[in-house]
Design a protein around this ligand. Structure first.
Ligand code: PLP
Length: 389
């Protein structure tokens, strides 16, 4: 296994193969059923096998999917995204998030004629050689145009920008700090505004990597509520409720740069995923997905907090409720969290010990209650093994 399924990243008891999934439930290849608190690591936003999304994808597939060019649905999807996402005046599509982030950097470089990009240390932007979290198989040259800063630290951004000098093409940043293995940290609005100002002053591109947060935090871009619009934004994961699709959205300043690139892939123009995305965007709004996500998230967070207190355990729950992240204050190497996750798994809840979890709009109150029955046993196991604290 590779990437996030790599040995050592998940406790050994975790299943690696899954047979089927429906709503917020998944079944592994040994026939065990779980409440799914990972949602395929983000893509499943409305629940597995959402009827309207499946119907739209199937109808498009019946007409044609992988053809000599895109279907008209690509225009429909682009128009819908441009309408929903405030900064966007155009859209282009690819398959994976890594395609989108890599393309966004190319757009910025084509538009500015410059090379350097600033990125936050530890932020995940995909698995291409310029950004993959492990250096194996990469060369120093792959990274030589990336300069790191610390998330939420304006002084470190200024220092990184000074290092880039006249060669600054842009800054890429996630809507909040959601690095695996660290408590989540919301963006300081002053930090977001400082990035915007810096990019304006230097005529560089501000790229918001909304791949993980997009559509879970907001109906448009994730920084719209704090009033900071990027020049380019990258989307994937939830935009087609599990169908393979990513997008780069941009404003008119970067339209010409985008139109000059040669970027493509054998499957980038497949119509079924785009039809799934149109249906996902409509269902997101029509079914009130955001308020359902927040409701489920608050229920889960509140329940976990009460349980931990009742067991005398100090925990931290950080980040937005729809993307839960739990750590034990007394942990030094995730020992409590691993036992917690393993016990939750044995009791029918699939969550992760060191990566943020994801909720979907299909998590009904009874599912969260069932999940909380399992987490109560998991907290008890932690307390029995490690004592209170
Ligand atoms: C998952 C993710 C990516 C990469 O997307 P892939 O589809 O896995 O290539 C990039 N940026 C962020 C913030 C992500 O969460």
């Amino acid at each position: 296994m590779y990437g996030h399924q790599d040995a050592g990243r998940l406790p050994a008891s975790y299943p690696q193969f899954f047979e089927r999934s429906a709503g917020c439930h998944v079944w592994d290849s040994d026939g065990n059923e779980y409440i799914d608190l990972m949602c395929s690591w983000g893509p499943v936003l409305l629940g597995h096998q959402h009827p309207k999304v499946e119907e739209a994808a199937a109808a498009q597939r019946a007409r044609g999917d992988c053809q000599n060019g895109p279907g008209p649905v690509m225009v429909e999807l682009a128009e819908l995204l441009v309408e929903r996402v405030r900064h966007a005046e155009w859209a282009m599509f690819a398959k994976n998030g890594t395609d989108a982030t890599t393309t966004a950097l190319m757009v910025a470089r084509a538009a500015t004629g410059r090379r350097k990009f600033l990125a936050a240390r530890g932020s995940y932007h995909g698995s291409a050689p310029w950004c993959t979290p492990r250096l194996d198989g990469t060369t120093p040259q792959d990274r030589e145009n990336i300069i790191l800063f610390e998330y939420n630290d304006i002084a470190s951004v200024t220092a990184a920008a000074d290092q880039a000098g006249g060669d600054l093409a842009g800054v890429i940043v996630t809507p909040f700090r959601h690095d695996a293995g660290f408590d989540q940290e919301l963006a300081d609005p002053g930090f977001a505004r400082a990035l915007r100002d810096l990019c304006d002053r230097r005529q560089a591109a501000l790229v918001l990597d909304d791949i993980r947060c997009g559509l879970r935090l907001n109906g448009g871009g994730s920084w719209e509520p704090i009033g900071v619009d990027p020049d380019l934004s990258t989307w994937s994961k939830a935009i087609a409720n599990g169908y393979p699709l990513s997008a780069v959205l941009g404003n008119d300043r970067f339209r010409d740069g985008a139109s000059r690139l040669f970027v493509t892939g054998s499957f980038w123009l497949s119509a079924a995923a785009m039809a799934a995305s149109v249906a996902t965007l409509h269902a997101h709004q029509d079914e009130g997905a955001l308020s359902q996500l927040e409701h489920a998230g608050n229920l889960l967070r509140g329940g976990l907090g009460e349980q931990a207190a009742a067991h005398g355990l100090a925990i931290r729950q950080t980040g937005p409720v729809q993307m839960p992240y739990l750590t034990f204050a007394a942990d030094t190497a995730y020992e409590r969290m691993s036992l917690f996750a393993g016990t939750a798994l044995e009791n029918g809840v699939y969550l992760h010990p060191t990566h943020n979890w994801f909720l979907s709009a299909a998590h009904a109150d009874r599912d969260i209650q069932r999940a909380l029955e399992a987490t109560d046993r998991a907290f008890r196991a932690v307390r029995n093994q490690y004592g209170p604290g």
